[in-house]
Design a protein around this ligand. Structure first.
Ligand code: HMG
Length: 383
């Protein structure tokens, strides 16, 4: 049975910081951010915009009333949960008006959680081909003002509808995962920002890709030549390129150029958004589909990496007329409509943290933004 991504869309908050502005404010050469890290802009959110806001806005782009009747599972992958107990997927299920006889839950394993959700969804559709699963990867990547990770921050969500006979990407049955207990990036309960060993995280990412890629080639008898493009988890756009270059070392120059040019197509949106954590690989996939001029029948390899660490490599085949399902204009308009913040506006927004212990009403024009807090419960602005 063919199972995979039937529809896919992203949502990012309506504010960004320009990386030249940030570099100058931090007294760093702007080339370090634009070239060394590979980021041009970074998405920033208000305190009234959380992972539910992003998830609901991303999902509403792709769901029809018919989909809402057929969806029997809602899974949110996130590491920016708003509750230690209740899943954001339950709130999302209500906000979107999905039929009641559905499962809704949240999955965690750093940036890998979106892929865990996707794999769970695929297994479900294989046994229930008449149903559909909504998978959303939603996060806020914050490292702290003037921290080493600051230029790699970001925020937003990717929503995917998973079904039988998908119209975008049919997933091939060739996945391979790798788990290693390493502290490269982690966030103990109660900490607002992650602890991160930047150097170790870079090294572990590259090592995980090399290990998994070697094993994948052995197990599935495939090589780079089988793929039209490889999409990566993109914590910052230089990262995937580093892993790719290491893996392509022994390939011909033509082959290296072919894959690297598609990698450039996969990072167009991430350069303007930053790290989406769980959504980053899938933002890269959207960027590749909307900017990469790929053809039906071509194969894409996908490398998912979550610190801690779990990594997975799997692949998909593009479906006939897949481009008819893409929301390219909506995505590009969303990015151009964002407001550029000055560094002082960004810092003020960054430090203005939501107090869930204080009952309050909030004003935010964005759909599904937080309208009030009562007894620690968030109410969202609806249609
Ligand atoms: P840093 O110490 O600020 O930067 O940290 P650096 O000194 O390593 O420089 C970065 C690059 O800029 C280097 O290039 C420099 O040469 C270059 P590279 O050697 O790497 O190719 N550079 C310049 N280039 C041009 N002109 C200049 C210039 N100056 C320097 N003037 C670091 C960078 C990424 C470590 C930091 O931002 C960080 O800690 N980020 C957060 C952690 C992270 O993103 N790790 C990635 C792998 S882990 C992962 O992907 C999982 C994650 O998404 C979390 C999850 O799973 O939940 C993070």
């Amino acid at each position: 049975m063919n199972v995979g991504i039937d529809k896919i869309s992203f949502f990012v908050p309506p504010y960004y910081v320009d990386m030249t502005d940030l570099a100058l404010a931090r007294e760093v050469d702007p080339n370090k951010f634009h070239i060394g890290i590979g980021q041009d802009q970074m998405a920033v959110n208000k305190k009234t915009q959380d992972i539910v806001t992003f998830a609901a806005n991303a999902a509403k782009n792709i769901l029809t009333e018919e989909d809402k009747k057929q969806i029997d599972m809602v899974i949110v992958g996130t590491e920016s949960g708003i509750d230690e107990s209740k899943a954001s997927a339950v709130v999302l299920h209500r906000l979107l008006g999905i039929q009641p006889f559905a499962r809704a839950f949240e999955i965690k394993e750093a940036c890998y959680a979106g892929t865990a959700a996707l794999q769970f969804a695929i297994a479900h559709i294989q046994t229930h081909p008449e149903s559909k699963v909504l998978v959303v990867a939603s996060d806020i990547a914050k490292y702290g003002l003037s921290s080493g990770g600051e230029p790699t921050q970001g925020a937003g969500a990717v929503a995917m509808l998973i079904s039988a006979d998908p119209r975008v990407l049919q997933l091939n049955n060739d996945t391979i995962a790798l788990t290693q207990d390493i502290y490269d990036f982690w966030r103990p309960v109660g900490h607002d920002y992650p602890m991160v060993d930047g150097q170790l995280s870079n090294e572990t990412y590259i090592q995980a890709f090399q290990t998994i890629w070697e094993e994948y080639q052995k197990r599935y008898k495939k090589t780079v030549a089988d793929f039209q493009a490889l999409a990566f988890h993109i914590p910052y756009t230089k990262m995937g390129k580093k892993a790719l270059l290491a893996a392509l070392e022994n390939e011909s120059e033509t082959e290296q150029e072919r894959i690297l040019s598609k990698y450039e197509s996969s990072i167009v949106y991430s350069r303007k958004i930053g790290n989406l954590y769980t959504g980053s690989l899938y933002l890269g996939l959207i960027s590749l589909l909307e900017n990469g001029q790929l053809k039906a029948g071509e194969q894409i390899g996908l490398f998912s990496y979550g610190s801690g660490t779990v990594a997975e490599f799997f692949s998909g085949t593009l479906v006939e007329n897949y481009h008819e399902q893409l929301l390219t204009n909506l995505h590009q308009n969303q990015l151009t409509a964002r407001k550029r913040l000055s560094i002082s506006e960004y810092e003020e927004m960054f430090n203005d943290v939501l107090d869930v212990n204080a009952d309050n009403n909030y004003e935010d024009t964005l759909l599904y933004s937080i309208a009030s807090i009562t007894n620690t419960i968030r109410e969202y602005k609806e249609d």
